[in-house]
Design a protein around this ligand. Sequence first.
Ligand code: BG6
Length: 489
Amino acid sequence: MEKPKNKQETCAYVMVIFGATGDLALNKLIPSLFSLFNQKKLPVNFSVIGFSRREMTDSQFRNHFENLKNKKGWDKFSKILSYQKGDFQDKNAYLELIDKLELLDKKYGDCITRLFYLATPPQNYDVILDFMEDTKLSKGVGQNTYNQTKIIIEKPFGKDLDTAKALDQKLYKTFKEEQIFRVDHYLGKETIQNMLAFRFANGIFEPVWNNKFIDHVQITFAESKGIDGRGKFFDGVGILRDVAQNHLMQILAAVAMEQPISFEREAIRDARAKVIEAIRPVEPKEVGEYTVRGQYEGYTGEKDVEPDSKTGTYTAVKLFVDTERFRGIPFYLRAGKMMPKNSVYVSIVFIQTCHILFKEYGCPEIGNVLTIKIQPDEGITLRVIAKKPQEKLALDTVNMKFTYKGEFGGEIKDAYEKILLDIFEGDQMLFNRSDELQSSWKFITKILEGWEMQLKSSKWKMPKYKKGTWGPKESLDLIEKDGRKWIEV
Ligand code: BG6
């Protein structure tokens, strides 16, 4: 006789995606759900309701995913997608959504986890949360299911420290912490997770991972694309809030955190939170010395961008992490759109200590550099100095290289697949806790204040850069005035 299935295994999941016709759903959420479906990793009973302003039928919504609809498995998968037209300001739309959800409740019974995914521009979060509370949409269904409602909220979480705190307060009015999933998909990237294994599982790196051996750290987040038609979102946000406050901070945390006391959820989150809190503030009056921003030429002509917009599409920041391990070591961070290539990486540049014996044989100016390539061509390279193969003694640098593809084969999965699986399981380790977010906002908000002050000064002009270059000239000055250079990978 067939073993009866564990009730938990057959429990259903219903995901409501607010902003379901937007960029995130189109490029990340639905493709990742589809991929999980093909790998048989989606819960057996699973439905998605897209909620957006646009007038659409269920079938038009399914056809909206042009680049997926000819792929194997799509016909079967797309049956789980349905659509609810709704203006986020209109209470009736939420009531109609509840009717739809109740039909699914009847189909699935009482064991349902409802997942509400806020995939809209952040300015809509308040009104959506208000109506969720007002209409009791947030309460879940059936008996005892209050705790099984989860709210998933995309970055940027707020616009600055105060708005991030206010958003938390609003969430706490309705949800408990274990129901809240604050997404930063960089936490789900394989290569960022590997940084912890690399640092703490290999005994040879830990002893040199400190200010006695490291000269400085560089983090580069370069994208060759521009804002890709996302003017409505991007112009109100800018690159500092879009990727620096979150993705760059998470990369920095993986480089600089202390060893967590365990690999349990709260231990990892504690270690991340501590290191972000230890970042020395850049005071508003210091932004000229420690930060750069820039805008690519032609940005103000993009769709949905203000013609006189002062939003940055490039930023570079020099900062210090005041922990015993990293005291005095500069971290140079840069992020930009319309860069010469797509490349996200960290370079740990070690102090150059060419032994006195070799000085006269041409010691390279920069010696050991450990580069962790987050994407593409995920992998790790260690630059070492070697003797050139010739009779006379001469030195040069060479790379020792590991790539994921070369060693493990296959493609690295999109981080959203990991993020979604963790949401189903209720595992919050790779989601932001509010204290780490607040620490990073504390740091970013002072820079934003300094930039506001610059804007008010009649002398200040937004530095511009040509598309396909590494940002404005000022970004070179930021690092070169310290006698260092950006490393290009
Ligand atoms: C998003 C930003 O969070 O990350 C985008 O809003 C950016 O502007 C994207 O392009 C980069 O993510 P990935 O996974 O493609 O590196």
